[in-house]
Design a protein around this ligand. Structure first.
Ligand code: FES
Ligand code: FES
Length: 148
């Protein structure tokens, strides 16, 4: 089936099986910045924005984005350069699997709760699980991104 939606600000149309997940359709279309970690909706690595809400694309059926506005890490870095700058400035990087989801989640946070305090930031990001780097730099990057 064909699915028509806006992808990173551009009208697009992709071929999808009715049961395909969004992460797979995005990656098969060449946007490999979105990563699959756990595949079961708990790690946040596959985070993308659908109509400016954070979603786990490993659980989101691709046909459900028909007519929606989808942003992946490739477009979010252009749309929210201040978030990228904050991650760089605070060395908020994790590995290549986790970082795109972290950045996407902070972009969604900036849209949904631009006045979030430390507790709200921590709560919002608790769906992005990896703590390999200690996590404090991620939180500092998120806080700085909101201030920008
Ligand atoms: Fe989607 Fe982990 S890969 S939440
Ligand atoms: Fe990605 Fe830990 S698995 S930073």
């Amino acid at each position: 089936m064909r699915v028509a939606f806006r992808l990173n600000g551009q009208p697009t149309e992709v071929e999808s099986r009715p049961t395909a997940f969004l992460v797979d359709v995005l990656r098969e279309s060449g946007l490999t910045g979105t990563k699959e970690g756990c595949g079961v909706g708990v790690c946040g690595a596959c985070t993308v924005l659908v109509d400016d809400r954070s979603v786990s694309s490993c659980l989101y059926l691709a046909p459900c984005v028909e007519g929606a506005d989808v942003w992946t890490i490739e477009g979010l870095t252009e749309r929210f350069p201040e978030v990228v700058d904050a991650f760089v400035a605070h060395e908020g990087m994790q590995c290549g699997i986790c970082t795109p989801g972290q950045v996407a989640a902070v972009c969604a946070l900036a849209l949904e709760q631009p006045d979030a305090d430390d507790g709200a930031i921590r709560e919002y990001l608790n769906g992005n699980l990896c703590r390999c780097t200690g996590y404090q730099t991620i939180l500092a990057a998120a806080k700085a991104a909101l201030q920008r």
